[in-house]
Design a protein around this ligand. Sequence first.
Ligand SMILES: *Cc1c(COP(=O)(O)O)cnc(C)c1O
Length: 397
Amino acid sequence: MSHWQELERRYYLQVARRLPVTLVRGQGARVWDDTGKEYLDFVAGWAVNNLGHCHPAVVEAIAEQARTLIHTSNQFYTIPQVQLAQLLVENSVFDRVFFCNSGAEANEGAVKLARKYGRLRRNGAYEVITTLNSFHGRTLAMVAATGKPHYQEPFRPLPPGFVNVPFNSLEAIQQATTDRTCAVMLELIQGEGGVYEADPEYVRGVSRWCREQGLLFIVDEVQTGIGRTGTLFAYEQYGVEPDVMTLAKGLGGGVPIGAFLVKEEAAVLEPGDHGSTFGGNPLACAAGLATLKYVIENDIPAKAARVGAYLKARLNDLRSRYEWVTEVRGRGLLLAVQFDREVSERVVLGCLEAGLLVNGVTPSAIRLMPPLIITEAEADQAVAILDSVLARVGASG
Ligand SMILES: *Cc1c(COP(=O)(O)O)cnc(C)c1O
């Protein structure tokens, strides 16, 4: 174990399952550890580094803003916050933005908004329907929203007001809807759950149901947003207009920032209802503005769609050669490779050894979510490494 890993063991709360690597530097789709070893990064800090590591546009914006104004309170107007809000509104179906610091916090804000909406417009309704196998974050309320018993059990009692129903079943949502329901909150692709896509028919059905019943339709695009799935936001591919969308991961180019966006008709929060000390601070918003501008001006979502389709095809070539590789799923650059056995840990460690970072998203599937700026050559390199690792893992049964 290295010096840094020993110190971590001594001083840090032991909640992360870390790989035995200390990363010290990144550039583009590559990172280096403290021994100088290079890795192709197909995890990208959990789908955060959409422009890769240390993209010059982001680095310069952060350095410039750090020299100018890092933080002030939301009692005052600040320019990067307003600019980033405008850019998000102009490039989405939403009218207003609130900035916070993480995905969980963005979802918390969306749920507060939904409860106030229920209070004003639906006789005090407060319940939010979410799906099993979802992921909405780690705060107490978002653990209740996240339909995964192993995240919930140790922390009971959980805040009331959440109902978890099976994913991809409109009927389950319809049956769970009562006078208490104020909103439905969905991921369009369950990322952390294993890269399971919502059926387009289901998404349209949920949107219609919410409209008919007067419920808010909230999409959690914390992982799918900012070009990851091949459009700036994933909802664009389903022909729906949600009432609320949450963002975080890819928005700040690696700097912590979260946001929720809402349509004017649903923007029921008023002065004093919500806030955040750091939320929307100039440094985070300057990073977000530089990231989003670059993503839009260089049509990074289209690049993600193209190289994502290419990578998916190459992964399907692998699938056709290993009978125990059963499925490749996902869209854009949010992909998973499914095995018929629980080998993802061995695959992850084999790839790590060979210089490729991937995520073991379930015991029997790996998730690939590289920076959106990867080239076909980098996709080929990752597939070649994965091929050699699968050959070894397959041979040992
Ligand atoms: C990662 C994630 C979250 C939580 O984001 P944090 O920034 O870790 O709080 C919420 N929703 C989805 C869909 C995510 O992928």
